[in-house]
Design a protein around this ligand. Structure first.
Ligand code: BGC
Length: 461
């Protein structure tokens, strides 16, 4: 609904923030994952002096959660560390369970809904030793663990089984960036298949003990659009790439999902360029996942994050439309955010993406929740603490936090459940970005997937 230029979200829509265990907890306590081993071998990624947010230390997670509640957020996404709970096969660490109980309790006491990811990238060493997701045995182990966890946490009703199986296949099995660094097409196929099966089996087991709980998987989508929009072949090509690379996973088991989790950060143009046609292997986990593509990926002329990822809210709207068409499931935005240490573009990012989201809801696309990535600056995997996504800025050495100014824009939106466009743009965005933001917003409100460049040029209609 729009009332006097103010966009209203449905009253049952939840705004929240998200983290994952390995990225915020620190290594104190009984934790030994494949990523700890990887970091120990590559000790330059996180330095011993960098203590990070230390959520495993009593009081640290709790304070950050209070800050999120203070922003008017009503949902908090966290994950459980399998290696802490089951450090060796069949042996349960009750202290770890208790610590997670405390964190969940804090979330609930603050009036927020906890949503828990059962596996967010990291695996216990005993699972890594048997070949991680490439071994079929891991399927049964995971389903068993999921069932155990859900039985022990009846206070949690929202579960994500596995975070981004599609990214893991590309970064950990098809290439050598993330552990186990398999770099093998065969292992990638096995891991992809096993993660789906693990989700499916976990879903069935969870539903038996907690039939009313909601269980989903989340995927990362790096959305593509045609570079030459007027070229029908190129549009078709972008469509095919999205269907086969971005959406193929989603179609795997739609009947075993109560919702689909969507992690969206950025998008690119695809230029088919027939004259230079060749198959290329694109490198770099974060710029573009390792993929085989014809033609070239081009970076849209848009504002960029500290990663160099273009800010393209229209692509987000386009993705939500396609996701809805393909799955017909309720959609949770389980991650959306920007690496932006000096907070110069987060307000722009937030308001434009939330307008895109509002438009999707206006088109009756069932988006139910939005979780901003991330609660606090955390370990950005192989990038260590060099990329800052947090609503709370963190000094990784002292552990000190400070609320970023853009978090106050988020508070204005989340606590009121509305976007007062003109006021917020003028109050929170740097002068130089205001016109570009308003023009992009205008297009989004009309449902048009266009991109207004920082110079004010309209890229396609
Ligand atoms: C992952 C997060 C990560 C974020 C930003 C997502 O792919 O789930 O763990 O920090 O992207 O790169």
């Amino acid at each position: 609904m729009i009332v006097n230029g103010v966009l209203k979200f449905p009253s049952n829509f939840h705004f929240g923030s998200a983290t994952s265990s390995f990225q915020v907890e620190g290594s104190s306590g009984n934790r030994y994952t494949d990523w700890d081993k990887f970091f120990a071998e590559k000790n330059e990624i996180v330095k011993p002096s960098e203590i990070g947010p230390q959520w495993w230390v009593k009081g640290k997670a709790e304070k950050d959660i209070e800050q999120m509640a203070g922003l008017g957020l009503r949902m908090q996404r966290i994950s459980f560390e399998w290696a802490r709970i089951e450090p060796t096969r069949g042996e349960i660490d009750e202290e770890a369970i208790q610590r997670y109980k405390e964190i969940i309790k804090k979330i609930i006491d603050c009036g927020m809904i906890p949503i828990v990811t059962i596996n967010h990238f990291t695996l216990p060493i005993w699972i890594a030793k048997q070949g991680s997701w490439a071994n079929d045995k891991t399927v049964g182990d995971f389903a068993h663990f999921a069932k155990f966890i859900v039985a022990r946490f009846p206070e949690v009703n929202e579960w994500i089984t596995i975070n981004e199986p599609n990214i893991l296949v590309a970064t950990a099995y098809l290439s050598h960036y993330f552990p186990p660094r398999s770099n093998s097409i065969f292992k990638a196929i096995a891991a992809g298949k096993n993660m789906w099966e693990a989700h499916r089996r976990a879903y069935i087991k969870i539903k038996r003990i907690a039939p009313l709980s909601k269980v989903g998987v989340c995927f990362a989508f790096r959305w593509n659009r045609a570079f030459n929009h007027k070229d029908i072949f190129e549009r078709f090509y972008a469509h095919i790439v999205n269907e086969f690379s971005e959406m193929s996973y989603v179609r795997g088991a739609p009947d075993k999902m109560d919702f689909i989790g969507c992690n969206f950060y950025t998008g690119y143009f695809l230029d088919l360029n027939i004259s230079k046609l060749k198959v290329r292997r694109i490198k770099g986990i974060h710029s573009v996942p390792d993929t085989l593509l014809f033609g070239e990926t081009k970076t849209p002329r848009a504002y960029l994050s500290d990663y160099g990822w273009p800010i393209v809210p229209g692509f987000f709207l386009d993705l939500l439309r396609k996701l809805h068409k393909a799955t017909k499931k309720p959609i949770y935005i389980t991650e959306n955010g920007i690496a932006d240490a000096d907070d110069s573009h987060r307000a722009y990012y937030l308001i434009t993406h939330l307008v895109a989201l509002w438009r999707a809801i206006h088109e009756e696309i069932p988006v139910e929740n939005y979780m901003h990535w991330s609660t606090v600056d955390n370990i950005e995997w192989t990038e260590g603490y060099s990329k800052s996504f947090g609503l709370l800025a963190l000094n990784p050495i002292t552990g000190e936090r400070k609320l970023r100014k853009s978090a106050l824009l988020y508070k204005e939106i989340a606590s009121k459940g509305e976007i007062d466009i003109e006021r917020l743009v003028h109050e929170f965005l740097p002068k130089g970005q205001q016109d570009v933001a308003l023009k992009n917003i205008q297009n989004l409100l009309l449902g048009k997937v266009r991109l207004i460049t920082p110079e004010g040029q309209e890229l396609y209609s």
